[in-house]
Design a protein around this ligand. Sequence first.
Ligand SMILES: [Zn+2]
Ligand SMILES: [Zn+2]
Length: 745
Amino acid sequence: MLQWSDVDAPGGYKLEIYKESGTQVYSGTLENNYTPASEVLTASGTYYFTVYALDADGNELSYKTSDTFTYTHTHSLTYVEAKDATCTEDGNTEYWYCSGCGKYFSDSSAAAEISLSDTVVSSGHTYDTNGFCTVCGAYEPAELNADGVYEISSAGQLFWFAALVNGDTAQEGITAADTSAGAVLTANIDLGTTTTTHTNTEWIPIGTDSAPYTGTFDGGGYEISGLNIKTAADYAGLFGYVTGTVKDLTVSGDINVSGDTMCVGGIVGTVKNGTLSGLTSYVNVTGYDGTKGMFGGVAATAEGTNNTAGSTVERCAYYGTVEASGALTSVGGIVGYMSAATITDCVNYGTVDSTGATSAGDTNIYTGGIVSYCNNANAVVANCINVGTISGAGANTADPCYSGAIIGRIKNSVEKVSNCYYLTDADSTLDGIAANGSGETAYASGKTADEFASGEVVWLLQDANAEYVWGQELDADEYPVLITDGDSESGKKVVRVVFYKASDSTVLMKSYTNTGNTVADYPSGSEYTFYSDSDLTQEISDISTVTFSSDTDIYVETELQIITQPEDYTATAGSTAVFEVEATGSGLTYQWQYLNAGASTWRDSGMSGSDTAAISVPVTEARDGQQYRCVVTDGGGNTVTSEAATLTVTDDAGFSITLQPSDYTGLAGTTATFTVEADGTGLTYQWQYLTAGGTIWHDSGMDGADTAALSVAITAARDGQQYRCVITDEDGNMVVSDAVTLSVE
Ligand SMILES: [Zn+2]
Ligand SMILES: [Zn+2]
C-alpha cells in the first residue's frame, strides 16, 4: 500500500506511523514495498505517516513527506472451549482469541475484550465444612495463627495436622514432617463424621517411636469424638508417641487391639519425658490377647530417661473400658506402665479388666486403677483416686500377677506414693497397692462410698494442692471431680469443720460442706454449747445456721447432765446386780449411794464400781428393796444426782435348772466335766469356782466356762475345789446352780 521506490536518498528512509489520536504505532527503517504488519495497525481507523530521507550519517535531510490513510482490521478469531479445573490442574472459561491483533474476547462477536488471565479457573481442592475435599477427599490445611500455632476446627484439619507431623507430603501444603508443630483446637471435632468422601476413616496416630511428636497440642477444653482405630499397631492412640505436651482435651471413641501389639492408650500410646495435662478419656481399648502388652485408659506408658524426673501426667480422668488379656500385660485406668514419671491428681471412674487371661502360662499380668506397674525408683503417684471397677488376672492370681485399686505392682519406692484413696466396700478384696499389701495404707487407703460422698476424700485431695484442682458438689456428686483449669469455684469447693471437745481438745467429729453452706452433721443434743474460740468467749447460739467459707475449728463444751438413768433390777440371791448411769460433762467423777428398805438416810457405797459409772451389787435376801443412786461431779465441782433404782430379790427367775451338775472324782492328769441344763430362752452361762477353804466365787476361764459344760484339768491342787454355774436368760434373769465338788484320787 505504501511504496517509496522512486526517490533515492544516501542514508535510506525512516518511517513513522501515528494513530489518529497521535499515538505512535511504528518507527523504523522504510523498506521498499513495505506493508505495515497487523501488529502495527491493531484497530480500524485513520492513520497518518511521515517519511524522512536520511543522509549517509543517518541524519534527516530536508525533504520529507506526510499523508493519511484509512485501515479496516478484521479479527481472525479462534474459539477455546471451557475446561474444568481439577484438584491439582487449572482450568479455563470459554473464550475467543484473535491471532491478527492478539486480543481475547469473552464473546464470539469480539465485543467484550478480556485478558487471558480472566479466563483462568484455578486448580485446588473443594473443602466442605468438615475439612475434607468433596472431590478427592484431601484434608483441609489447618490455619497458622499469629502465634505460629495451627488452629484446628474440623475433622479434616485434624487429619491434616496428623499428616503434617507424620510427613504425609501427598496432602496440600506439606513438604516434610513437622514433628514440633503446635496446635490448638477451636471447636469440638467428630472424627466419625461421614461426608461424600469420608466415611469414619481409620485414624493414623500423631507421632511414632522413630519420629515422636515434640510440639504442644492444646485441646482448648474441647472434645474429639469418634476416634476409630480398627487394628492398632505398636504405639497407638490419638497420639502414638509424644515427647512434647498434650493438654486440656477430652477424647472418646474405640480402639481395637487385635494383633500382638504393645503400648496402646486411649489418648497417647507412649509419653516419654513429656507432659499430659488435663486429659479426659472415654476411649475404650479392647481386644488384646497377646504377649507384648501395656495398655492405658489415658496413656499406655509414661516414661523417662533412666532416673530423671521423666514424664508428667496430671489432672487426667478415665471413664471408658480398658481390657486386655495375655502374658506380660500391664493394664491401667490412667497409665499402663510407668518408669520415671510423676502421676498426680488423676481419677479412674472406668473399668480396668485383665480377666481374659485364662492360660496358666500367662504371667506378669498387672492391673491397677491408676497405674498397673511402677518400675522405677522415680515413679511418683500422688493425690489420685480410684472409684472404677478393677478386675484382675483371672485364672492367674499367683505371683507375679497383681491387681490393685491404685497400683498393681510397685517395684521400688512405695514411699513415693502418697495421699491416694480408693472406693472400698465390705465385699472388696482389693488392696490399694497390691504387690505391697494392705499394710501400705499410709500411701493408698480404702474409703467407703459414704466417706467419698461426705466430702472427706475431696477435702484430703484439695488440702494437698495449692491450686484449686479438685471439687465436689456434696449431695450431687458421689465422688470428687477434677476442676477444669481456670474454672471458678462453681459450688464444688469443700471446707472442713472440726468439732473439738473443749475440755481436752480431743476431736468429737469432722464435718464437711461446700463453701458458703451450713454443716449437716454436728454434735447434737441439749448438753452441747458451741464456741468459735478455744477460750470459750465467742458462743455460737445456733450451730445449724452457721455457714462456712473456709476450714474452721469449733470448740464444744458439754454441760453436766445425766443422759441415762439407772434402772430397777430384779434378780435371785447369789447373782450380781449392776446399776449404770451415763452422764455428760468435763472431768466427771462418780459416787454411788444406797438406801436400805424402810430407811431415810442415803449412805455412800464402797462396793465394787461404786466410784465409777457402774456399780456391781452381790444379790442377797437382805438387800431386797434396797435403792441405789449415783452422785456425779464435774471438774468445776458441779453435781447432779441420778434417779434412784430399786433392787428386788426374787426366788423365781422365770426359768429353772432341769439338770444340776454332779460331784466329780478323778485321777490327776485326766479331765473333769461338769454339766448343767436349764429350760429358759436365750441362755448364757458363766461357770464359777471356789477354792477349798475360800469364801469368794471367781469366774472361771477354763474350757467351756461360758457354755453348759465346763472342762477342768484335774491337778492335785484342785482337790476340794467347788464349781457352780450362773445362768442368765434373754431378759437378764439369773439362776445359780448347786455347787459341786471336785475330788482328786
Ligand atoms: Zn483482531
Ligand atoms: Zn481434592
